[in-house]
Design a protein around this ligand. Structure first.
Ligand SMILES: [Cu+2]
Length: 508
């Protein structure tokens, strides 16, 4: 055995030992500490930062009604991250990427170009600059030049994507990011995320000041995103700079009594956000796949990577500063289990206004009844070591198969009906399960956060990303009605996707 090989094996033995220690701690109710953390909560409360800013809007290059055309170039560019200028991977040189805004029925044209320079191969053996594009949350075809994640683009390659949004729900909030197996985690981590907003025309929500919140964390070293380690692929990588639209603790102004609408996306690799706004309820009016029937008042809203939420906030009449925090949530790994972080500060100031919450929002949102005699699919998520515990490499699987370019668990579906998917998590950490193209309704969740479970299993919510709790399960009602083609489902802790927690979905 060479010296390098011995060090490699030793590092994996340490990773495996840490993993087992953590699993034992969790079974004993000890929380998610990996090492060196006490049972106490670490409060991370940065000073109030710059004024809140929405991400920039991608200009529409088309003058044809019903067509939105934007340019999107993946490139390395200097970005100011909390006072430090760092070279991030960006879309069009900005972080977060420019917001693409469309409406149901539009045709979206994206002129995509990969200008990421070659920077070697990553630990999965992929050239770091091989990339592509996924429109996470769009109900569109997964083939051809639509939301086709089977395409890859090398340095200097260009491609025109065309998305037909005529069957998309009336309005929802999405995001776009790279999706090359083996590269997705590192590229999203390095900054390649942007919001994709499908506007609604709901009169009940028309009068409210609206903002987009892209939540993302990062760590920097040597003026660049820190590189992934072996254990990052096991745990999912969390950063020590936590941002809203690229800003640390920005200050958003509200008038006393004002209602604002916030569309929030968790664009982080692995960090979960258990959102709480001091002295205020968060009134959930929409989830991944569109608007709910009415507002649902919540004191906390849990958002895992890939999930979105659309909320109304009614400012108190008492002027002052109120912190939007991410409260500790134990997903089974990562420092965030014991962190309480101030994400943003709301400054309630100025002259009062009188606005009231709508009593109803989207009358066509209903919980579906489960059709009889529909196929029931079972998907089991596992973490493990490929090649044995001693000297193997970390892997993840669905139904026992580690996704690779040559093998995958394939779910064959027949176009035109509904299916029940039962997703079992046989691991000690939560996995946010994401299926492309089709939104689903949540029939049941076993385990996890109670308010998350209660909302999603009682409200007429459409979801494309759902937390499958550690050692728990989720039951989904999945329509397979509009689009044939080959697509994927996977864990949206993108490190887990890169080490194999993905399957193919072949719809014919
Ligand atoms: Cu996962």
């Amino acid at each position: 055995m060479t010296k390098r090989c011995a060090i490699w094996r030793l590092s994996w033995i340490i990773v495996a030992a840490l993993w087992i220690t953590q699993a034992m701690a969790m079974m004993g109710g000890g929380g998610g500490c990996m090492m060196g953390c006490s049972s106490g909560v670490t409060v991370i409360d940065p000073p109030r930062g710059r004024p809140f800013q929405d991400p920039p809007l991608a200009p529409n290059l088309s003058t044809t009604p019903g067509v939105v055309e934007v340019n999107l170039e993946a490139k390395v560019a200097p970005v100011n991250v909390n006072g430090t200028v760092a070279n991030l991977q960006t879309y069009n040189g900005v972080f977060p990427g420019p917001t693409i805004r469309v409406r149901r029925g539009d045709t979206l044209v994206i002129n995509f170009r990969n200008s990421l320079p070659f920077s070697g191969y990553n630990m999965h053996g992929y050239p770091r600059n091989l990339t592509n594009l996924h429109t996470h949350g769009l109900h569109v075809s997964p083939i051809g030049n639509s939301d086709n994640v089977m395409l890859n683009f090398g340095e200097g390659e260009s491609f025109q994507f065309v998305y037909d949004l005529s069957l998309h729900p009336a309005g929802n909030f999405n995001f776009y990011h790279p999706h090359v197996h083996g590269n997705a985690a590192e590229q999203v981590w390095a900054g390649l995320v942007g919001a994709l907003e499908v506007e609604d025309a709901t009169p009940m929500l028309a009068g409210y000041e609206t903002h987009l919140l892209v939540l993302k964390d990062i760590s920097l070293s040597n003026s660049a995103p820190t590189l992934h380690s072996n254990s990052d692929f096991m745990n999912g990588k969390e950063g020590n700079v936590v941002m809203v639209n690229g800003l640390v603790n920005p200050v958003l102004t509200m008038k006393p009594g004002q209602i604002q609408r916030w569309k929030i996306v968790n664009a982080s690799n692995a960090r979960f956000y258990k959102l709480n706004l001091a002295n205020h309820n968060l009134h959930v009016v929409g989830t991944d796949g569109g608007l709910l029937d009415k507002p649902y008042a919540q004191s906390t809203v849990l958002l895992s990577p890939g999930e979105r939420v659309d909320i109304l906030v009614k400012a108190t009449t008492t002027k002052g500063y109120y912190k939007l925090k991410a409260l500790p949530y134990n997903r089974g790994a990562g420092a965030s289990a014991n962190q309480e972080i101030t994400l943003m500060t709301v400054n309630v100031t100025g002259s009062a206004v009188s606005q009231s919450l709508p009593s109803s929002i989207n009358p066509s949102a209903v919980r579906l009844s489960v059709p009889s005699n529909i196929p029931v699919r079972q998907l089991t998520l596992r973490m493990g070591m490929m090649g044995g515990m001693m000297g193997g490499s970390m892997s993840a699987s669905i139904n026992g198969i580690v996704y690779s370019d040559t093998s995958a668990f394939t779910l064959n579906s027949t176009l035109g009906g509904y299916e029940i998917w039962e997703i079992y998590n046989q691991s000690m950490m939560d996995h946010p399960f994401h299926q492309h193209v089709n939104h689903a309704q949540v029939l049941a969740i076993n385990g996890g956060d109670a308010s998350y479970r209660n909302l999603l299993t009682t409200a007429p919510a459409w979801k494309d990303t759902v937390i499958v709790p550690a050692m728990g399960s989720v039951r989904l009602l999945v329509p397979v009605k509009d689009f044939a083609g080959l697509t994927v489902f996977h864990c949206h802790i993108l490190e887990h996707e890169d080490i194999g927690m993905m399957g193919l979905w072949d719809i014919r």
